[in-house]
Write a protein that binds this ligand. Structure first.
Ligand code: UDP
Ligand code: GLC
Ligand code: MN
Length: 320
């Protein structure tokens, strides 16, 4: 239906890569819904071009930040204040119903049936199941609700410093009012469930429809070798890397070629490495603008992405 959409958010180039993979995964599983990505002003032109290729709508929004360092520190995630930006999804009033999905989620099966659910439907949070996890939720855009949410933020703030605290405060009867608003866990199977309840994961994990790479380590925090189909880096918290490998297969196979096309002749680090044995540390993904800035400040990563080997590989690609 034209007035229903999947919506995600990316305020920077790293999360934009997540959004690219999520969009591809929704399309590969043949969604009939529209795809919308909300972006912040720091997303590079290159990323925007690729997002336009995958999404029906790329909408620039102001970054809203809770600025709530104290609560964010309790979660050990000082970076999540900007998740208040997610609240903009209620302003998409040209759609009657939407499903929001974090940029660190991956769809492994068609989930269009979620549109049969009502606002606010979501799956339990694995850390506190009487709260819903705000990485996947069904909602109905409305300027009135948006206004009330902002008002709620001003009056009560967020108990976790991010959007999940606000949304659970606002939709406070979720846990008890209506069981049909509880999405099965397979629609938001957080990767941490794998090590917090391994037997259940072994029993039910194969039914997962959405995998959520919740937590500090994201798929793009790793480095991948496409020819060996192997990951490297600190694999803690990922006992079963098959979903991570699925993310990387999609990213390296279907997203990197689009990024390469759009990056033209600018240096660009995809996170894919041909020879995993050569280097030993995990490399963070930076936008080319951030990397250029580091270079200009004399902070080239000589042992990592700016190593001579990598520069040579890059030159080889262009000379081919
Ligand atoms: N997000 C973003 N930029 C940031 C942090 C978060 O765009 O700097 C968005 C992105 O869509 C992300 C969501 O907010 O998936 C929630 O953050 P995250 O997934 O890191 O939280 P977690 O699920 O790990 O608690
Ligand atoms: C969570 C959710 C995420 C949300 C964050 C901040 O753990 O997975 O979607 O943005 O908390 O509230
Ligand atoms: Mn997430």
């Amino acid at each position: 239906m034209a007035d229903q959409a999947f919506v995600t958010l990316a305020t920077n180039d790293s999360y934009a890569r997540g959004a690219m993979v999520l969009g591809k995964s929704l399309k590969n599983h043949k969604t009939s819904k529209k795809l919308v990505v909300l972006i912040g002003p720091h997303v590079s032109d290159q990323s925007r071009a690729v997002l336009h290729n995958i999404y029906d709508e790329v909408r620039l929004v102001d970054v809203l930040d809770s600025g709530d360092a104290a609560h964010l520190a309790m979660m050990k995630r000082p970076d999540l204040g900007v998740t208040f930006t997610k609240l903009h999804c209620w302003t998409l009033t040209h759609y009657s119903k939407c499903v929001f999905m974090d940029a660190d989620t991956l769809v492994v099966s068609n989930i269009d049936e979620l549109f049969d659910r009502e606002e606010l439907s979501a799956a339990p949070d694995p850390g506190w199941p009487d709260c819903f996890n705000s990485g996947v939720f069904v909602f109905c855009p409305s300027n009135e609700t948006y206004g009330k949410l902002l008002q709620y933020c001003t009056q009560h703030g967020s108990f976790d410093g991010g959007d999940q605290g606000v949304l659970n405060g606002f939709f406070s009867d979720w846990a008890t009012a209506d069981i049909t608003k509880h999405l099965p866990f397979i629609y938001n199977m957080s990767s941490i469930a794998i090590y917090t309840y391994l037997p259940a994961f072994k029993q039910y994990g194969a039914n997962a429809k959405v995998v959520h790479f919740l937590g500090q380590m994201k798929p793009w925090s790793y480095t991948y070798n496409p020819s060996q189909r192997r990951l490297k880096g600190d694999m803690q918290g990922s006992l079963d890397p098959s979903f991570l490998l699925e993310w990387w297969a999609l990213y390296s196979g279907e997203v990197v070629p689009l990024l390469m096309g759009d990056y033209g002749d600018q240096p660009f680090y995809s996170g894919c490495e041909e020879d995993v044995a050569e280097s030993t540390h995990v490399q963070p993904i930076m936008s080319s603008a951030e990397r250029k800035q580091k270079w200009e400040q004399g902070q080239a990563d000589y042992m990592g992405i700016d190593s001579f080997d990598n520069i040579q590989k890059k030159l080889d690609v262009f000379l081919k």
